[in-house]
Design a protein around this ligand. Structure first.
Ligand code: GLU
Length: 485
């Protein structure tokens, strides 16, 4: 394929949401697969609805996903001269006409048509104006918009995803290309820019198919080559409806803040409508680039499955080298006020022992703070349900005291030695080890689940373990009289 050039063209009137991010991923993978260029264009001609802040959020999202663009960001708002120039060409092409209808007039006619149950499209009133009428309107300074004159016949193209698509031109409106204030409409600016940027393939959501017919008519009116088109099926939520805010139509950077890894997100988005065809699911950036093709984009609407995303993130977390895991998880521990910035260095060895213990159960980077808070603070509550069960036996306090006594002397304070001592104790007491193990876990972590007990005992160390056992004993003793009354 010669000179592949593709683009992502977000409008900064909203965040970089999942749909746009998926489109960006496909464009990126396609460009890299073919050794082409990936261009970022910001469609900000709608100045009232665009904002600097949104542009920043979009750029942040793109950078976070590692969707490095080769050219841009190109801002449409700075290209008015170009649109004016092409507007002039369109005006002189013989395929357009000036429209003097005011918004109020249009609205009135639209309502009238609807009340008669006629589908409204521009009624070509101004196409019927004589040359004199046009001149008179212009002289009188009436605002004029430039409309495309849609020819008779049909318009069709071969979609690289959807196959042959065709539409009756009679169903296509003579759309406005230049507004009466001189600003281009989306369709006009998109055609001018895609031509100017030498875009070879337009890959975007299939909600743009009706625009594509209009854009093809515009290319033809301007006598320009028509690029290839590939329209991606829309992403649905778990309820099979268009993806909702709760399920995914939020900023991609929100996923970052929730604790997802960018490599998970890239992998997951790539699989929303495409698959390599060999059953692989966990794929690195390089593998995705290597395997990607538009031919394997499915026609069915992909479903955004949050549980799958979380599962995948857990897989990626477990594959991270420990140092890398620390770098990624630390900000989340900081956010939860469990660590101080300077501790990243001073307690590095400790963190490198803690995080691998926790990672088996974690699906989000934020889970480390939630599931492992006891590694970073001394004050924690006992899980109430767990306490009801594991602290119920009146013997618990005395058992914990015996464990503390046994562990006081254990040398070294290793997982093997503490386990050995505990099993010996249980045997001596004629009890099952579990009668000790569960209350110990609750006493030293506040939780009923977590890493293997003796692993975490070793990592917490003797001093903290004994202090926590004695704290639990005190708690249990203070509770006992109340329980009796
Ligand atoms: N600004 C349009 C959007 O965000 C771009 C559509 C296109 O790719 O042409 O939907």
């Amino acid at each position: 394929m010669s000179a592949v050039r593709v683009r992502i063209a977000p409008s900064p009137s909203g965040f970089l949401h999942v749909g746009t991010a998926r489109t960006a991923v496909y464009n990126f993978l396609f460009a890299r697969h073919h050794g082409g260029k990936f261009i970022l264009r910001i469609e900000d001609t709608d100045t009232a609805r665009s904002s600097e802040e949104m542009v920043q959020v979009i750029l942040d999202g793109m950078k976070w996903l590692g969707l490095n663009w080769d050219e841009g960001p190109i801002f449409q708002s700075r290209r008015n001269e170009l649109y004016k120039e092409w507007g002039k060409k369109l005006a002189e092409s013989g395929h357009s006409y000036w429209c003097f209808c005011t918004p109020e007039e249009l609205e009135e006619r639209r309502k009238a048509a609807i009340s008669q149950k006629i589908a409204w499209k521009y009624d070509r009133k101004c196409l019927k104006l004589s040359q004199e009428e046009i001149e008179a309107n212009k002289k009188a300074g009436k605002p004029a918009a430039l409309r495309l004159k849609v020819p008779e016949g049909k318009t069709g193209f071969t979609d690289l995803v959807g196959g042959e698509l065709e539409r009756e031109n009679a169903d296509i409106e003579d759309m406005v290309c230049l507004r009466s204030d001189g600003r281009p409409t989306y369709n006009f600016a998109a055609v001018v820019d895609d031509y100017d940027m030498k875009i070879s393939h337009v890959i975007r959501g299939n909600d743009h198919i009706s625009n594509t017919f209009k854009q093809i008519l515009l290319y033809r009116a301007l006598n320009l080559p028509v690029p290839e088109f590939a329209h991606l099926p829309l992403i649905l939520g778990a309820d099979k409806k268009k993806v909702s805010k709760r399920q995914g139509a939020v900023a991609v950077t929100d996923y970052r803040d929730t604790g997802f890894l960018p490599e998970t997100m890239l992998n997951f988005l790539a699989l929303l409508g495409w698959s390599p065809g060999d059953g692989r699911e966990i794929m690195s950036r390089e593998e995705l680039i290597q395997a990607f093709s538009l031919a394997r984009v499915g026609a069915a609407n992909p479903v955004f499955d949050l549980q799958k995303l979380e599962w995948m993130n857990g897989e990626y977390i477990r594959r991270l080298p420990d140092e890398e895991l620390l770098a990624r998880a630390f900000p989340f521990l900081e956010k939860a006020s469990l660590v101080k910035p300077e501790e990243k260095k001073s307690k590095r060895d400790y963190f490198l022992r803690v995080l691998p213990l926790l990672k088996e159960r974690c699906r989000l980077l934020s889970d480390f703070a939630e599931m492992g808070d006891y590694f970073f603070k001394e004050e924690f509550d006992y899980d109430p349900k767990g306490a009801e069960k594991q602290f119920a036996d009146p013997q618990t306090a005395s058992r914990l005291e015996k464990v503390a006594a046994a562990w006081k002397a254990v040398e070294p304070f290793s997982k093997e030695k503490t386990e050995e001592a505990l099993r010996l104790l249980a045997e001596k007491e004629g009890e099952k080890a579990a009668a000790f193990i569960h209350p110990i876990r609750l006493a030293i972590t506040g939780k009923t689940m977590g890493p293997a007990l003796f692993d975490l005992v070793e990592v917490l160390g003797r001093k903290r373990v004994l202090a926590r056992l004695s704290r639990a004993v005190e708690y249990l003793k203070s509770r006992t009289p109340a329980a009796k009354t």
